[in-house]
Design a protein around this ligand. Structure first.
Ligand SMILES: *Cc1c(COP(=O)(O)O)cnc(C)c1O
Length: 231
């Protein structure tokens, strides 16, 4: 277990420490920290911690749920919204696509054709779309969303040819209680095979491994903010 102080006054230290670790992991792998973006996962976190995180200069945030993100970034932190990049990292219902597209710069959880249809409809109205990543179910877990690894090429062809939608990368959440590295390795290879430059992988417990294996985006909640207080 990681124990991280959630005191708002220590978030700057938490973040510096994480950036140092990312930098070291990147160096060891012969990569540059410039090519790794730290996404601060703000879901469930209270306002004072988010405020403090914004004050550290952190500018990329990840949210799990559309409605929670709207409440936070269209209301309490509306002023800050323009200054940050906001990424949806949780599952997306097709009826929430317009709200999600209005709010997020990047949606990391494209995982089915129904969403493609909704994106196309949105684009026809608004002439714009967020950047998109495809979620891959690297562990082929029944309860987890994501495209199965062996279906990825066909799904990408569908995106590109049928819908003129061009995802920029892949995202995965490895199975709990398993070594993450085989899943990161698989995702990296799938991205390479399909000429996709962006790789969102690695969370609080395994981000250094993910950086070593080519992550361009790591998604950290607990290690940055402290534990989430689910009530
Ligand atoms: C909550 C969440 C994270 C952050 O998890 P931590 O273990 O707290 O770093 C990262 N990615 C996704 C998809 C999440 O839902």
């Amino acid at each position: 277990m990681i124990t991280v102080s959630s005191n708002p006054n220590s978030l700057d230290d938490n973040r510096r420490q994480i950036l140092t670790q990312i930098n070291a992991a990147a160096k060891r792998a012969g990569r540059s920290i410039q090519n790794v973006t730290l996404t601060a996962v703000s879901k469930i976190q209270p306002d004072d911690r988010i405020e403090a995180m914004l004050e550290t200069g952190q500018r990329v945030f990840g949210e799990n749920r559309v409605q929670e993100a709207q409440n936070r970034w269209n209301d309490r932190f509306k002023e800050s919204r323009a200054k940050i990049e906001l990424r949806l990292i949780g599952p997306l219902q097709s009826n929430k696509v317009p709200d999600a597209c209005d709010l997020f710069d990047v949606i990391e959880t494209l995982d089915r054709e129904k969403l493609l249809k909704a994106f196309v409809k949105y684009r026809a109205h608004k002439q714009t779309l967020p950047r998109l990543l495809i979620q891959v179910n690297t562990g082929q877990e029944a309860q987890k969303s994501g495209i199965a690894p062996h279906d990825l090429s066909a799904f990408l062809a569908l995106c590109r040819k049928t819908y003129d939608i061009h995802p920029e990368g892949l995202m995965c959440i490895p199975p709990q209680g398993e070594a993450a590295s085989p899943h990161f390795w698989l995702l990296k290879n799938l991205a390479t095979e399909n000429a996709l430059p962006v790789l969102s992988m690695g969370m609080s417990n395994d981000f250094e491994t993910a950086v070593k294996m080519g992550a361009t985006h790591v998604r950290l909640g607990t290690a940055l903010f402290g534990a989430r207080d689910y009530k």
